[in-house]
Design a protein around this ligand. Structure first.
Ligand SMILES: C[S@@+](CC[C@H](N)C(=O)[O-])C[C@H]1O[C@@H](n2cnc3c(N)ncnc32)[C@H](O)[C@@H]1O
Length: 273
């Protein structure tokens, strides 16, 4: 198998690509948290590698109003964000498809002394009754790893009450055209922004072990509004003044010139009288 067959942008059957996420996150949970756990914090709500926190952004509402609110996290990983919400009195459930990431969440519960209720669930089939949550969110979870993000938006719409909020952060779509490289090499567009083929990795047998999907800005907006949401905002965090920390392809070199994250904020319309 050549290097480009082993890792690169490839058309793959949706069912195989969509399934790969779970295995990859199970296998890599510990390594991922070794690399990024300190940046994320055990009980902190970080939206992106730019380091923007919910304590500054308040997209789920004023911090003082979080107590008692029913909040769902999808693609929660080790549920650091949910833990921050628990500490503010919210009634949170953190969900993730990966048992490995949820096991890591239990370890962070023990270490931090703050417990988060968790449930293993694919974000495309949520095990909750319709209208059960006031808000739902994910920080870089689930959506990039499924070919059918529309199914996630539909499920989130279903489990939110009328008037509920849905917020999610993803890699900024513009980044797809650039090499995932934190150095100046990552500042020259080398691919088409419009190429929707996922980035895929395979093992030595050719089995897909990782798949990450691209959506253009228009694709995201279309999927959110087709589910029934009203889009309220798209936040593009700027690189913070002094930060030199690198996270994969995110760095000061690139962050000063290119957006790295998009945070979508949408509302389920309130019920009509
Ligand atoms: C980059 S992590 C985001 C989690 C956390 N916010 C963080 O920054 O570590 C991506 C998470 O999405 C989860 N995920 C991938 N596909 C999913 C799916 N179909 N349904 C639910 N979660 C999924 C992975 O298991 C992983 O925990």
């Amino acid at each position: 198998m050549t290097d480009s067959q082993r890792a690169g942008y490839q058309s793959v059957p949706d069912d195989l690509g969509g399934k790969a996420g779970r295995g990859w996150w199970d296998a890599n949970a510990s390594e991922y948290l070794d690399d990024h756990g300190a940046f994320l914090g055990d009980t902190d709500f970080c939206w992106c590698p730019e380091g923007l926190r919910e304590s500054e952004l308040h997209v789920l509402g004023p911090e003082a109003d979080l107590a008692g609110r029913a909040v769902l996290e999808i693609g929660s990983g080790a549920a650091q964000c949910a833990r921050w919400l628990v500490q503010r009195g919210a009634r949170v459930v953190a969900t993730d498809v990966s048992a490995g990431m949820l096991a890591a969440s239990r370890r962070l519960d023990a270490r931090s002394g703050t417990q988060v209720p968790i449930a293993q669930a694919d974000a495309r089939a949520l095990p909750f009754a319709s209208g059960s949550f006031d808000a739902a969110f994910t920080s870089y979870g689930a959506l990039p790893f499924v070919p059918d993000a529309a199914a996630v938006h539909d499920e989130v719409y279903r489990v939110l009450r009328p008037g509920g909020r849905w917020a999610f952060s993803v890699t900024h779509p513009v980044r797809w055209a650039f090499p995932d490289d934190p150095t100046a090499r990552g500042l020259t567009a080398t691919r088409s922004y419009f190429d929707r083929r996922p980035y895929v990795e395979r093992d030595e047998h050719g089995t897909i072990t990782y798949a990450e999907y691209h959506r253009t800005l228009g694709d995201h907006v279309r999927e959110v509004s087709s589910a029934g949401f009203v889009l309220m905002d798209v936040i593009e965090p700027e690189w913070p003044g002094t930060t030199t920390e690198t996270w994969g392809g995110w760095s000061r070199t690139r962050g000063e010139r290119l957006p790295g994250t998009a945070i979508f904020v949408a509302d389920k319309p309130a019920a009509h009288r």
